[in-house]
Ligand binder design. Structure first.
Ligand code: B12
Length: 274
């Protein structure tokens, strides 16, 4: 019985006879790849292209920022963002539509095993540099209220939380960043000490979802009158509806609307449950 290798060799020989031009081209390409003269069209290139097409903005100036974030190059991101701010672009729009797409592509690539922790951290660094410039531009606006922001105990994923905090700040809220991997008692302490009106909590892992439940219930038990707006990839409306003193907000912008209503007194957390 012929082995797999025999069958492959038969097919190679058949191609050499029937299509010598293609055969020679493939042999030359193979040698050039092996010698490092050309790079292979890898899974990485193909998938990165697909993700860029899906997430990147079409405006070339915004695209330059997104690419700078993806490449982890704050030296590209900072001058590009400065130029866009000087050209009168809205800083909130820049965060959402120029800076965020870069980190989104990097994170999706990481998920596919196409990029690694250092690349995520460099992209995050480049994005944060851009966000800082946008925040500096917005400056001090009269505060619409005080929000505390945290990532649930055991969870270190804080990129989304930082974006959410930046967008809340840009919309006029004072945001106290409690950080990541935060125990419920720490959130309570910050809420009591700072006259916090709403807490935003997030988690990206299923194993750390209980941290959001515990925090919302502790804030209720301690009669703070402060609810927790929950978000992040591991969280859903159905999950949040299983415990009290919490509401689900899907995106940072949805959180801005909810915070405006709750802090403004026109709605309560219960109004967001259905
Ligand atoms: C980046 C990343 C990391 C980085 C985190 C760096 C950092 N500083 O955040 C590093 C490399 C450290 C990491 C580590 C781990 N990770 Co990880 N990680 C990711 C990854 C690739 C991207 C997450 C991300 O930042 N996305 C980009 C941001 C912008 O998106 P986002 O967080 O979802 O935020 C958006 C919304 O969710 C929302 N949002 C976010 N927060 C909030 C908050 C509020 C209030 C609101 C309203 C909205 C909101 O708005 C944001 C903007 O749109 C995901 C997979 C993925 N593609 O999502 C896995 C992922 C989250 N990681 C995972 C795991 C398992 C781990 C590790 C346990 C791996 C390991 N074995 O070591 C460790 C955990 C360490 C720990 N204790 O936390 C799993 C979780 C699985 C699960 N459901 O439980 C995922 C889903 C990967 C996977 N497919 O398995 N990870």
């Amino acid at each position: 019985m012929p082995s797999h290798m025999d069958i492959i060799m038969q097919n190679v020989e058949k191609m050499r006879m029937q299509d010598p031009v293609r055969f020679n081209k493939l042999v030359q390409e193979g040698m050039a790849i092996e010698l490092g003269i050309i790079s292979p069209v890898s899974k990485k290139t193909k998938s990165a292209e697909k993700l860029i097409a899906e997430f990147f903005p079409s405006d070339p100036k915004y695209r330059e920022v997104a690419q700078g974030v993806l490449d982890g190059k704050r030296k590209v991101v900072e001058p590009a963002i400065k130029a866009l701010i000087d050209a009168g672009k809205d800083p909130v729009d820049l965060v959402t539509n120029a800076l965020m797409p870069g980190i989104q592509v990097q994170c999706e690539m990481y998920d596919l095993g196409l990029s690694f922790v250092p690349e995520i951290l460099m992209s995050n660094d480049a994005m944060q540099a851009g966000i800082k410039l946008c925040q500096d531009k917005i400056g001090d606006v009269p505060s619409k209220g005080t929000i505390a922001s945290f990532v649930a105990a055991g969870d270190l994923h804080d990129i989304g939380k930082n974006i959410c905090a930046a967008i809340l700040k840009a919309n006029g809220f004072k945001v106290i960043d409690i950080g990541r991997d935060v125990p419920k008692e720490k959130v309570l302490e910050v809420v009591k000490a700072n006259n916090v009106q709403l807490v935003c909590g997030s988690t990206l892992m299923s194993t750390t979802k209980p941290g959001l439940v515990d925090t919302a219930l502790l804030l209720e038990l301690e009669k703070t009158g402060v609810a927790v707006a929950c978000g992040g990839a591991a969280v859903s409306k159905a999950f949040v509806n299983t415990f009290r003193n919490a509401l689900y907000t899907k995106s940072p912008l949805e959180t801005v609307h909810a915070a405006t209503d709750i802090i403004g007194g026109t709605k309560k957390w219960e109004d967001f449950r259905n």
